[in-house]
Design a protein around this ligand. Structure first.
Ligand code: AHR
Length: 687
């Protein structure tokens, strides 16, 4: 029999043996928590997702499937050792990067000049060492290409996948080198898997045939199988891991990497499209060149593959010359802004313009994509709170006015301090939060008081970055996290309960940054860490996944609500009106297990499921909350799912382990018809 609301209230008051203390819940106190049938508001369908930029080799050497580093000698100075990054001679060949001979295209003027000594025996050439190694997998087909030319050599070129110790896993011979650039394509199919990543892509010619000759090579490429088999696509394990979290927002292309260190090195959308030979690459913001192989179309296709809404960051007239000295940042004067505004208008036309009637829509169609992409969110700049005067004076207004006039359907996101007055007034604001666990738990309720005045918040970058409350972006010795920790993930989850509970005003969030190559990175912690073959999913990854895949359509009121007084338990309840599932997401950021007596105002099926991450079972009791998954111990903390019987129709107890994040799932086929409800099965009752 269903228990009505009145009856449950009586039960709650008699069960309430230990009243909640003001300030926090202390074990062995039990929280009495009633899940009502009151749906307070809809949950924004874009609530969870990621911010993306190429940092930590997240793109080149990460998600972008290309295996060869410095494949086309982009954004390097010819003649320098640095230009040879990731290339090494094999058997005594002399290598240099040159622009003295024409390159494979006007966008790629640099090529590799290989000089073969006059006296040489056996194969001679060079290797690419990949992104700190190459994964070689039996059964995979590696698709490769390179350009070559020589005035004097016309013999065969042999390309191979080899271990550094000399084992050859796959090999192909290419013939037809001539005086003019020629593109060679090939496939390599390893006959065995390599034991480790210490492998190279090796290119050789016969020493005798090539003695004393010079050969030029340009624009190499080597791809393993990619996510969904897309050409020029994504590394499968990373793509699958991100896709498994079902993000609904993909904010790109930065971040600082949008801005450039100068106007000229800003992320230029039109240099990231078309043939790879037509993409010059760039000197990017995070200390390494970008190939831009992962370009605008690849990002848009990827967002579609994820089912995520793109949030397009557009360059708005600032660059970052020196991060720590704001006065050095170049800002485009108002009178010189128009060409950059026109550039953004072209970019948007490229994305959504008609394929037959617009100039840039036609270009898109010529690149294989007839149908316009879905785009509705445009973010004007990135972190413009660092240059607020020009943003408020003219930059915001100039971009919003021009884009809005041509594309009135667009929704604009401002990037200044929320308190900055903008004209026109912003309706959506992105503000970033990198801080300590205690900052996130303390601020988990910040949106409860957010003004309901029509503006909405985008937490466009956030993560627990440090245990140091005074300096959350310092170095590792001062508390910066190397990897996300369980403690940090629980604090993020506490904050996320606040975002979800207030998702009438928090329309989206984006964890950042997302990926980290363990051999070369600029920012910690990151949600996924990897090398050439391994991958570790962090505690923060699992929290993102647990919150994102378990989505309600509406917030469900609880009694009591999660408040600072009920810390260290933080929660949000929701109902999905398509599946009749109720979700209760709970973070226990404390160091003791806490029990909740959970009462239900609606019928359920007699069992529930709980997915939880908590500290490793066999760890010692003390000091186990700063634990992380690492490449060496990737599965120390993983979600555990349990089903449990709920014998009583209207209540159950649940123990939330110390420092844990839990999602409880209940099925309520009769939710909409509950006897406490005055509305039809799909209508809402607004509290
Ligand atoms: O996520 C790393 C950097 O942090 C982003 O590039 C920038 O927007 C923020 O300051």
């Amino acid at each position: 029999m269903l228990l009505g609301k009145t009856r449950i209230l009586v039960l709650v008051s008699t069960w309430c043996l230990l009243p909640l203390g003001r300030g926090e819940l202390l074990a062995p106190n039990a929280l009495n928590l009633r899940l009502t049938t009151n749906l307070t508001h809809e949950i924004s369908p874009t609530i969870y997702g990621y911010m993306w930029e190429d940092i930590n080799h997240s793109g080149d050497g990460g998600l972008y499937g290309e295996l060869l580093q410095n494949r086309a000698f982009q954004a390097v100075l010819p003649g320098t050792q640095n230009a040879l990054n990731s290339w090494q001679p094999f058997n005594g060949a002399r290598l240099s990067v040159t622009s003295k001979t024409s390159g494979v295209s006007s966008s790629l003027p640099n090529s590799l000049e290989v000089t073969i000594p006059k006296v040489v025996a056996g194969p001679i050439g060079f290797d690419n060492t990949g992104f700190w190694g190459i994964k070689i997998q039996e059964g995979w087909t590696y698709k490769g290409s390179l350009y070559a030319k020589s005035d004097t050599f016309s013999g065969a070129i042999t390309v191979s996948l080899k271990s550094v110790r000399g084992t050859t896993f796959a090999s192909k011979s290419l013939t037809g080198v001539s005086k003019n650039w020629k593109k060679f394509t090939f496939e390599l199919e390893p006959t065995a898997s390599a034991n480790d990543d210490n492998n190279i892509f090796n290119v050789v010619v016969d020493g005798k045939a090539a003695a004393g000759k010079v050969i030029h090579f340009g624009m190499f490429s080597l791809f393993p199988p990619t996510f969904r088999g897309r050409e020029n696509g994504m590394r499968i394990d990373l793509a699958e891991a991100l896709a498994a979290t079902q993000p609904s927002i993909w904010r790109f292309p930065g971040g600082n990497n949008l801005e450039g260190m100068s106007f000229d090195t800003r992320w230029k959308w039109n240099e990231t499209i078309g043939r790879l030979e037509d993409r010059p690459g760039r000197t990017a913001d995070w200390g390494y060149s970008n190939t831009d192989g992962l370009g605008l179309l690849e990002y848009l296709n990827w967002a579609e593959d994820l089912g995520a809404e793109p949030i397009l960051g557009v360059w708005d007239g600032i660059s970052i010359a020196n991060y720590s000295d704001l006065s050095t940042w170049p800002v485009v004067p108002e009178a010189e802004l128009q060409p950059y505004i026109d550039d953004v208008l072209n970019e948007i036309e490229f994305i959504i313009g008609d394929a037959k009637t617009t100039k840039w829509g036609k270009v898109r169609a010529s690149l294989g994509r007839e149908e316009p992409y879905a785009l509705k969110f445009i973010e004007i700049g990135n972190e413009d709170q660092f240059q607020p005067a020009s943003y408020a004076a003219y930059r915001w207004k100039a971009f919003v006015t021009a884009i809005g006039a041509k594309y009135p359907q667009m929704e604009f996101i401002a990037t200044s301090l929320p308190s900055t007055a903008l004209d026109p007034a912003y309706k959506k604001i992105d503000f970033h939060m990198y801080n300590s666990p205690s900052w996130f738990t303390t601020n988990a309720f910040m949106f409860d008081d957010y003004p309901r005045n029509g503006t909405q918040f985008f937490v466009g970058e956030y993560a627990v970055t440090s245990t140091n409350d005074a300096n959350a972006l310092g170095d590792i010795p001062s508390g910066r996290l190397a990897y996300p920790t369980l403690q940090g993930a629980a604090a993020e989850a506490a904050f996320m309960t606040g975002m979800e509970r207030n998702s009438d005003v928090v329309f989206a969030s984006a964890y950042a940054p997302s990926l980290q190559h363990i051999r070369s990175y600029q920012w910690t912690p990151d949600i996924l860490t990897y090398d050439a073959s391994r991958l570790v999913k962090s505690t923060s990854y699992y929290v993102q996944q647990m919150f994102s895949v378990n989505r309600g359509t509406h917030v469900l009121a609880t009694s009591p609500s999660s408040t600072p007084d009920t810390a260290p338990l933080f929660w949000v309840a929701s109902f999905n009106n398509e599946t009749d599932i109720i979700f209760l997401k709970v973070s226990n950021t404390g160091t003791s297990d806490l029990v909740a007596n959970i009462f239900l105002d609606f019928p359920i099926t007699g069992f529930g499921t709980a997915t939880s991450i908590s500290s490793p079972a066999l760890s010692p009791i003390s000091g186990l909350f700063n634990v992380s998954n690492t490449l060496e111990e990737p599965e120390l903390i993983i979600p555990v799912a349990n089903s449990f019987a709920i014998p009583q129709p209207d209540r159950f107890n649940y123990t939330f382990p110390a420092t844990s994040v839990t999602v409880i799932t209940l099925q309520s086929p009769g939710f909409g018809n509950s006897d406490s409800q005055q509305f039809g099965s799909r209508s809402l009752f607004w509290v």
